[in-house]
Design a protein around this ligand. Structure first.
Ligand code: SF4
Ligand code: SF4
Ligand code: SF4
Length: 317
């Protein structure tokens, strides 16, 4: 796969200003984004299950450049959502799609290896991962250390692409599994749900890594977390201020969150921040039959206005 990807990338250099792909990070367990502008740089390329980043996050800020970007199925939903919202020029983007069987959650690997420093990690056939630490070698299964999104993935093959590296993969996960956890959570009482979120958000240190990692957070300098005019949220580290940030963040992503999971991957406190957005996505699906990042011709429901929605009869209340 890496060799085929290398060949495809080598073939697009003449068409673009920059190629967004992956390179080895600061240790064996980390891969980082790589911006390649010259064919010689292709030697940096890495492709393995540690390539978890959603590289499409960089596309809106590179809107005036010609960019080639490597995407997995889930990443491609971000590109579709960008198209729906007019945040990229599609003709300036060469999408190199890779059908995907799942990526690795670094935190889950560290948990499985008791946070021992990782000396080496290799990937075998059938989703086997061999991890070497000073204490010895351990074999893990990708299905046990992948992020939760991979366990219910409906789009392992990119929805949009210009080049496809590898054969398309069809999801074998039940569509009902996608929101099963949200529906189970909804069975709790209001008090139980409030207590759950109070406990989770109380741990928030307001580092805003979740916001910064989110490809659909586009307000940038106008973010309510920082603006002083109007002054929506103070710097006080109280639960109510944290709640305020997270509620507004979730509402700004209503029907726009593509469920890439980058917010949760970035959170240093392990707070399940994507759960709120997925709850709102479920509501959007049930109310408007809309799913973000699936059809470039769609418009997010909150981008449009109709006096009468097919499923909301407010005039008849
Ligand atoms: S959600 Fe799907 S496409 Fe994305 S990394 Fe997991 S398996 Fe791959
Ligand atoms: S809220 Fe999280 S899962 Fe949703 S688009 Fe942003 S980073 Fe991705
Ligand atoms: S990344 Fe985590 S700790 Fe930081 S602001 Fe977001 S939820 Fe809070």
């Amino acid at each position: 796969m890496s060799q085929r990807l290398r060949e495809v990338i080598a073939g697009v250099f003449s068409e673009v200003d920059v190629v967004l792909a992956y390179q080895q990070g600061f240790d064996k367990l980390h891969v980082t984004p790589c911006f390649m502008t010259m064919p010689e740089e292709i030697n940096k390329l890495v492709w393995n299950p540690l390539c978890a980043h959603n590289l499409t996050s960089y596309l809106p800020s590179l809107k005036k450049k010609k960019v080639a970007v490597v995407v997995k199925g889930c990443d491609s939903r971000t590109i579709v959502q960008f198209m729906e919202e007019g945040l990229i020029n599609r003709e300036n983007v060469v999408i190199i799609g890779i059908p995907c069987n799942g990526v690795i959650s670094v935190n889950k690997v560290l948990h499985e290896t008791n946070h021992e420093p990782i000396e080496d990690i290799t990937f075998g056939e059938n989703g086997e991962i061999s991890v070497k630490t000073l204490k010895g070698e351990k074999t893990l299964l990708l299905s046990d250390v992948c992020p939760d999104k991979c366990k219910t993935c409906q789009y392992p093959t990119p929805i949009v692409y210009d080049r496809l590296v590898g054969d398309p993969i069809t999801s074998d996960k039940s569509p009902d599994s996608v929101y099963a956890d949200i529906k189970e959570f909804e069975n709790k009482t209001l008090e139980e749900r409030l207590q759950y979120w109070e406990q989770e958000f109380d741990r928030c240190i307001r580092c805003y890594a979740c916001r910064n990692a989110c490809p659909m957070c586009i307000c940038q300098d106008s973010c309510i977390a920082e603006t002083r005019d109007p002054h929506w949220i103070s710097q006080r580290s109280t639960l109510s201020e944290k709640f305020m940030f997270h509620m507004i963040h979730a509402l700004h992503l209503a029907g726009r969150c593509v469920e890439c999971g980058e917010c949760e991957r970035a959170c240093p406190m392990g707070i399940p921040v994507n759960k709120l957005k997925r709850k709102i996505n479920l509501d959007m699906k049930e109310l408007f039959g809309y799913e973000p990042g699936i059809n470039p011709e769609d418009k997010p429901p909150l981008y449009t206005f109709k006096v009468d929605e097919a499923t909301i009869k407010e005039h008849k209340i």
